[in-house]
Design a protein around this ligand. Structure first.
Ligand code: DGP
Length: 114
């Protein structure tokens, strides 16, 4: 999508700090980190949100989650734990309408979230 910030990041039109990439997935550091490690994991394909996914996206969703696990491992988070978050839609707190997982770690997380 031409007006999507994250599509522009995938295409290299907006710079990002890449931490991981494969055929389907791109991951980069969040511009406004909320924890010592804060990585965004996105599909290269533009999909607005979880709410826009269906059966055809099951494999992609698995790849995104496994990418989160891999990144957590090489960021040194596996032993002490980490959080993977998906904000979905307006009340879910989603501000960029391109599906993304937040991988956050390096500090203790609170529950419930704000
Ligand atoms: P969410 O609120 O769940 O939609 O998260 C969007 C995140 O995207 C937010 O934590 C800030 C981050 N973000 C927004 N624009 C950019 C950008 O241009 N570059 C990077 N690296 N992160 C961005």
């Amino acid at each position: 999508m031409s007006d999507c910030i994250f599509c522009k990041i995938v295409n290299g039109d907006i710079p990002s700090t890449k931490v991981y990439e494969n055929e389907y997935v791109y991951a980069f550091r969040d511009l406004e980190p909320v924890a010592p490690t804060h990585v965004l994991i996105i599909p290269k394909e533009h999909i607005q949100s979880l709410d826009y996914m269906n059966e055809s996206n099951i494999e992609l969703l698995g790849k995104l989650m496994l990418a989160a696990k891999e990144i957590a491992r090489f960021e040194g988070l596996s032993e002490n734990g980490y959080r993977v978050v998906n904000n979905n839609g307006l009340m879910g707190g989603q501000t960029v309408n391109h599906f993304h997982l937040h991988l956050v770690g390096g500090r203790s997380m609170q529950w419930p979230p704000g």
